[in-house]
Unconditional design. Structure first.
Length: 176
C-alpha cells in the first residue's frame, strides 16, 4: 500500500459521503487520536478529531513503478449487518457499462455502476448487507469485471479477501 494514495482515497471517500453521518463515540484505545492496523491484505484506519471518530477498512493496489493507484476499496461499518463504501477504479473504463463483482469463481454477486470520476479515478459506490458480508468473509478473492472504453474488452481486477473478516470486526469494534 502506498501511504499517500491511502490519504487521497480516504479524503475522496469522505468527500463523497460514504459515512451517512459522523460517529460520536468514546475515544480510541489508549486515548490515541489515530489507529492504523494491518489485517492480512486489509488496513484499518481510525481517526478521532473534535469528538468525531471515523473508522474505515480498505485495501489499495498501486503500480509498483509509478506508484499510481490502480484500484482502491474503502468501507465504513458500524455493525456486522452493513458495510458501505467506495471502490476507485482507473480511468479508461466504459463508465456507462456495469461493474460486476464476484466472490471467487461463483456467479454474479453484485452489478454496480460508476458514480463519477475524480482526479484519483472513477468511483463506484458499494453497499454490502448481511448476506454479502457473510460471503465476503468466506471468500478468498473479490473479482471486479469492467469494460475498457476503447475496444470494449473486459478489464479484470482482483481484491484479496485475506484479512477482510478481522479488519471488518476491528472496524466495528473501534467505531463503537
Amino acid at each position: 500500500m502506498h501511504a499517500a494514495g491511502s490519504i487521497v482515497l480516504t479524503i475522496t471517500a469522505l468527500a463523497i459521503g460514504i459515512s451517512r453521518s459522523p460517529v460520536f463515540a468514546q475515544a480510541l484505545p489508549g486515548g490515541a487520536s489515530q489507529v492504523q492496523e494491518t489485517h492480512g491484505d486489509w488496513r484499518v484506519n481510525c481517526a478521532q478529531q473534535n469528538g468525531r471518530k471515523q473508522c474505515v477498512l480498505g485495501q489499495q493496489q498501486s503500480d509498483k513503478d509509478s506508484r499510481q493507484l490502480i484500484l482502491g476499496i474503502e468501507m465504513t461499518a458500524a455493525s456486522a449487518n452493513r458495510a458501505d463504501g467506495t471502490m476507485v477504479l482507473p480511468f479508461g473504463l466504459a463508465v456507462d457499462e456495469p461493474i460486476v463483482l464476484r466472490i471467487d469463481e461463483t456467479g454474479s454477486f453484485q452489478t454496480l455502476h460508476v458514480r463519477t470520476c475524480v482526479p484519483v479515478g472513477c468511483l463506484v459506490p458499494l453497499a454490502f448487507d448481511t448476506a454479502a458480508i457473510a460471503s465476503l468473509r468466506k471468500g478468498t478473492t473479490l473479482q471486479v469485471k469492467a469494460t475498457v472504453a476503447e475496444g470494449g474488452r473486459e478489464a479484470a481486477f482482483k481484491i484479496s479477501l485475506n484479512g477482510f473478516g478481522s479488519a471488518l470486526d476491528r472496524t466495528i469494534e473501534l467505531s463503537k
